[in-house]
Design a binder for this molecule. Structure first.
Ligand code: ADP
Length: 160
């Protein structure tokens, strides 16, 4: 059975926590589509095009990972990609409550779609894109939390 999965998110910015999950998923499944959501309701630091470009750059060492931007309903994107499984990352119980609600809605909308949850290594348990953005805006060093290519992009954005 060829298993194609979608790992969706806003990735604003993509952190080492996201990358940890991507690497785990790439080891488990045949093909991983990283779905970068337009998320128009969020005031993102980076445009969709910038986030897609960054994701392509930092996953280029993983041959079975491809990156695609999408807008609209996640389940429509998953259908269009002909994927069977949705991947989400779980950090704390706060994520759990939120993800549980989302999963029930996805199952209602698309009963055949399965969701799988993975946890990152301990050191990224409390890492979020929001924290990285906040630290960067206030001049803190974010290089241990994001890949180098993204750290440089954040620094440029903050200075502009
Ligand atoms: P969204 O807008 O969908 O919440 P995010 O980019 O914030 O997008 O997160 C995408 C997915 O990655 C979510 O499932 C989220 O729980 C997970 N995630 C975010 N940060 C981490 C992390 N440090 N470790 C593991 N999973 C994470």
């Amino acid at each position: 059975m060829i298993k194609k999965v979608v790992y969706p998110g806003t990735f604003d910015p993509l952190t080492n926590g996201h990358l940890d999950i991507i690497q785990r998923v790439a080891n488990l499944f045949d093909h991983v589509v990283l779905g970068v959501a337009a998320s128009p309701s969020k005031k993102t630091m980076f445009t969709l095009e910038e986030r897609v470009e960054q994701a392509i750059e930092v996953t280029k060492h993983l041959p079975n990972v491809s990156v695609k931007g999408f807008s609209g309903l996640l389940i429509d994107f998953v259908k269009q990609e002909q994927a069977d499984v949705l991947i989400r990352g779980l950090r704390t119980t706060i994520d759990f409550e939120y993800e549980f609600g989302l999963t029930n809605m996805y199952r209602h909308l698309q009963p055949n779609l399965e969701s799988i949850f993975l946890t990152p290594t301990e050191q990224y348990m409390f890492l979020s894109s929001t924290i990285v953005r906040e630290v960067a805006i206030h001049g803190g060093d974010i290089r241990s939390f994001v890949p180098e290519f993204i750290a440089e992009a954040i620094e440029k954005k903050v200075q502009s």
